[in-house]
Design a protein around this ligand. Structure first.
Ligand code: TYD
Ligand code: MG
Length: 451
């Protein structure tokens, strides 16, 4: 009898090792190796190519089939993915548990089902009753066009669906389904990869859009959709604090459109509802004139969203003053503080600084630096930011203000929300006009705003 060979596969990055070890030397995660049975690899025909012949053509000869895209009826979603669903396109929807992936998928198939039917929803996670209850809450009207398969065995599910000829397939989630062709537990790297390969083939062969739902944890420790990113055509991630109502659906990869784009949704008691003007959401409340609050235009893909950055600067009684952030990088905060100390003559060494971005958005681009600096200065001086000023700029280590991308778009969004003055970099490519305040250094910016 042949001995069963096993190996240890990192459940985070997929690298395999012959022996167990505490830390994966591939991705440096701890305790992520799990034992899996090694699948016999296909045997190679020695010294010869096999008999099949591929189709060869020149670039000019390639005929383009412009597949008509399917409109889902959720306009901001169609726009996000480049103009609608592509038949045969495989999409991964990732996100933390509870962020709203199942809710979104159910809403999407119910909207799409108006024109395209039937649609299949394979759930390895929830029972048919649970899905039905959710559908009732979401007021899904066309229940007879949605085929439910509450099943973890993917082979059985797909066999069962054969006679129904679904036009679209959702699998929720990739971590809970398995194929009996593989001797590994559901959720292991081997199963995830194999199931994804089966689903990809299923979708491509039949020209169906397939949605694969995948859980990601904050730490990314559990066998992640990360390992699927290169298999699928489109990768979307749901972001947003589970405790806040806002959800951002972000495009990480798209073979059929642009990446980096976001669509904003709001979680309501009737599911996720699209937010057409996200800036409304993040700054709509009557703007407070409290010190430490500054609005900044954040760029998300080609979209510009106005959001509030809040800072609280208080006297510190600790030998190491606290620097606490939410929604932004603490290194960036430290950098901006250091520049304020060195180049604007402000003292933070005996102050605790708390900084926060409203609504669960993340300040990841340098265009928010100047706003962050202004928020801190405003709190430090206990002087509110003038309500009509929008600061836009990157802060350099030398204390200069650097221009940022898409400045006109940011200003346009600001104007739409009633901002009249814009503090921008002196070297940015903008005509001298009323309301444009050009500054070259952070010191100058502070002076022009808090004079
Ligand atoms: P869910 O879609 O199950 O998240 P995921 O599939 O990503 O794990 O549910 C997300 C949360 O949304 C859940 O805590 C309940 C809440 N929710 C609403 O607030 N309103 C609704 O209409 C629904 C269906 C869910
Ligand atoms: Mg779910």
């Amino acid at each position: 009898m042949a001995k069963i060979k096993t190996r240890y596969v990192c459940q985070s990055c997929g690298q395999s090792f012959p022996k167990w070890q505490g830390q994966c030397s591939g991705c440096e995660e701890w305790n992520t190796l799990a034992q899996e049975v090694e699948q016999p690899s296909a045997r190679r025909v020695p010294n010869a190519l096999s008999g099949s012949i591929s189709i060869i053509q020149t670039l000019d000869e390639v005929a383009i089939e412009r597949a008509a895209r399917w409109q889902t009826g959720v306009d901001i979603f169609d726009e996000l993915i480049g103009g609608g669903l592509v038949p045969g396109g495989i999409t991964l929807i990732g996100g933390e548990p509870g962020v709203g992936k199942s809710t979104f998928m159910l809403q999407l198939i119910s909207r799409l089902g108006v024109n395209i039917k039937p649609l299949a929803y394979v759930s390895g996670e929830e029972s048919a009753t649970q899905i039905k209850l959710r559908a009732e809450r979401l007021r899904v009207g066309n229940g007879s066009d949605i085929i439910l398969v509450a099943e973890q065995n993917l082979d059985s599910a797909l066999n069962g669906l054969a006679s129904y000829l679904p036009r679209m397939l959702v699998v929720d989630s990739i971590q809970t389904v398995y194929t009996p062709q593989m001797d590994a537990t559901p959720g292991s790297v081997t199963q995830i990869r194999e199931c994804a390969a089966i689903l990809t083939k299923y979708g491509k062969d039949r020209g169906l859009p397939v949605f694969i739902v995948g859980h990601v944890t904050k730490e990314g420790a559990i066998a992640g959709p990360k390992i699927l990113e290169h298999i699928v055509d489109t990768v979307l991630y749901f972001e947003g604090d589970v405790n806040s109502n806002f959800r951002l659906l972000r495009v990480f990869k798209n073979r059929y459109g642009a990446t980096g784009e976001v669509a904003v949704f709001q979680m309501t008691d009737k599911g996720l509802s699209p937010v057409i003007n996200p800036s409304d959401l993040f700054i709509s409340r009557k703007r407070s004139d409290a010190p430490g609050v500054v609005v900044v235009p954040l760029l998300q893909g080609t979209r510009c969203i106005l959001t509030e950055v809040q800072a609280l600067v208080t006297q510190s009684f600790l030998p190491m003053p606290r620097r606490v952030v939410a929604g932004l990088d603490s290194n960036r905060l430290s950098l901006v503080i250091a520049v304020l100390e060195k180049h604007a003559g402000l003292k933070f060494y005996n102050r605790d600084v708390f900084a926060n971005v409203a609504g669960g958005l993340k300040l990841t681009e340098p265009g928010g630096d100047l706003g962050l600096a202004m928020a801190m200065v405003s709190s430090l001086n206990d002087q509110a930011m003038p309500p009509d000023i929008l600061p836009i700029g990157e802060v350099t280590l030398a204390g200069e203000i650097r221009p940022v991308t898409q400045i006109s778009r940011r200003i346009a969004e600001g104007r739409r929300f009633g901002f009249k003055r814009f503090v921008v970099s002196g070297s940015c490519d903008l005509p001298e006009e009323k309301g444009i305040i050009k500054v070259s250094s952070l010191r100058e910016a502070v002076k022009s705003v808090f004079a």
